[in-house]
Design a protein around this ligand. Structure first.
Ligand code: PMP
Length: 378
């Protein structure tokens, strides 16, 4: 059987990894500033993470959500404490898209509405149809043919004020738009949005799948704006490579049996992985590290004349290049052995481990100074 050919692939096969480093099948070493798309949050194969998974495998790896699972409770407790959302409730699932599906579903259950406001260039996942193909009234929200989505430009208060009304179930927004090229919602826009949602009774969904779990230097990127969200979706960095997703749910949203569900979500291995990630973020003070190294990088990147714009917070950074430098990402990979991410057309995205070190950060700056012909470290 052939693989379904949907991914453009680099001809590199990573076979081993530790911290911010990868080795390919030919023994070549690479600096990983991409983290498999913001997934590697505490570093590849962090010893505490490996130990947590191994010792869990020695006990039990899976049973269903029909039995008590105190690991989920322990995880929820720790997540509440570190995230600044101790009173929200927690639902575990397996991916970012699934977390967003559940958030949209909950918004419709709670409001009885099906219209949703989303923002241009946002990315919330790749699912559609599973709920629409189900007629069990217990698991479909008050609609069964999907949501009506209204797309607005990011940071446009006027457009938002015109679009939001009492038909809107929810507004969904990324803490920082990732796939869209590291676009930041203005803090003032988030505050305006939060007030508008409250006014019309729409739920505010913060998609922190990419920008959450400490990546921005705060636990959630939207916390820079000082707002609270009704629903927050997480995945990616949560499991440091173990597939897991989740949903933080406002305390006023009352659950009922069967309202949401999942087979694999919250299994013992996912809980062990996710809890160990939180412990490392706390013990190694990785959010502070993300702020320090992120600020350092952004300052240095701004000093390259050929870099057009630098955007980001913490270790979620994007910089734009002119068309003449469209090959830079490939050059970084093949000439300098540095993995980075991209966003179309010419944005390079940096999403490294939050445990990145200053010497590792400098390797990128030195490679850029060679490619962009500027002395390193101004
Ligand atoms: N939301 C955001 C902001 C994302 O960046 C992504 C994945 N790129 C998703 C949701 C979907 O997550 P997953 O691929 O885990 O379903």
């Amino acid at each position: 059987m052939k693989l379904f050919d949907v991914y453009p692939l680099f001809p590199i096969e990573p076979v081993k990894a530790t911290g911010s480093w990868l080795w390919d099948s030919e023994g070549k070493k690479y600096l990983d500033l991409y983290g498999g798309h913001a997934v590697i949050s505490i570093g590849h194969n962090h010893p505490h993470f490996v130990e947590a998974l191994k010792s869990q495998l020695d006990k039990i790896s899976f049973y269903s959500n029909s039995v008590k699972n105190s690991m989920q409770e322990k995880l929820a407790e720790k997540l509440g404490e570190l995230s600044g959302y101790p009173n929200h409730q927690f639902f575990l699932c397996n991916s970012g898209a699934e977390a967003n599906e559940n958030a949209l579903k909950l918004a419709s259950f709670i409001t009885g509405r099906k219209k949703v406001i989303a923002f241009k260039k946002a990315f919330h996942g790749r699912t559609s149809g599973a709920v629409a193909a189900t007629d069990n009234p217990k698991i479909v929200a008050p609609f069964n043919a999907g949501h009506d989505i209204i797309f607005l430009p990011l940071n446009d208060e006027k457009a938002l004020a015109e679009a939001i009304n009492k038909d809107i179930a929810a507004v969904i927004i990324e803490g920082i738009q990732g796939v869209g090229g590291i676009q930041l919602p203005d803090d003032s826009f988030l505050r305006f949005l939060s007030v508008q949602c409250k006014k019309v009774g729409a739920l505010l969904i913060l998609d922190e799948v990419q920008s959450g779990y400490g990546r921005s230097g705060k636990f959630f990127a939207h916390q820079y704006a000082g707002i609270e969200a009704d629903l927050i979706t997480i995945a990616k960095g949560m499991g440091n490579g173990f597939p897991v997703g989740g949903l933080l749910i406002h305390p006023d949203i009352k659950p009922w049996s069967g309202m949401l569900g999942t087979t694999f979500g919250g299994n013992y291995l996912a809980c062990a992985a996710t809890l160990s990630v939180l412990e490392v973020i706390e013990e190694e003070d990785l959010m502070t590290n993300a702020v320090i190294l992120g600020n350092y990088w952004m300052e240095q990147l701004c000093s390259f004349a050929s870099i057009q714009e630098v955007r980001g917070r913490g270790l979620m950074i994007g910089f734009d290049l002119p068309d003449s430098l469209a090959n830079l990402r490939k050059d970084l990979l093949f000439k300098h052995h540095i993995f980075t991410g991209e966003a179309k057309p010419n944005t390079v995205r940096l999403l490294p481990s939050l445990a990145l070190t200053r010497p590792e950060a400098d390797i990128l700056l030195e490679a850029l100074s060679v490619e962009l012909k500027k002395p390193a470290l101004s």
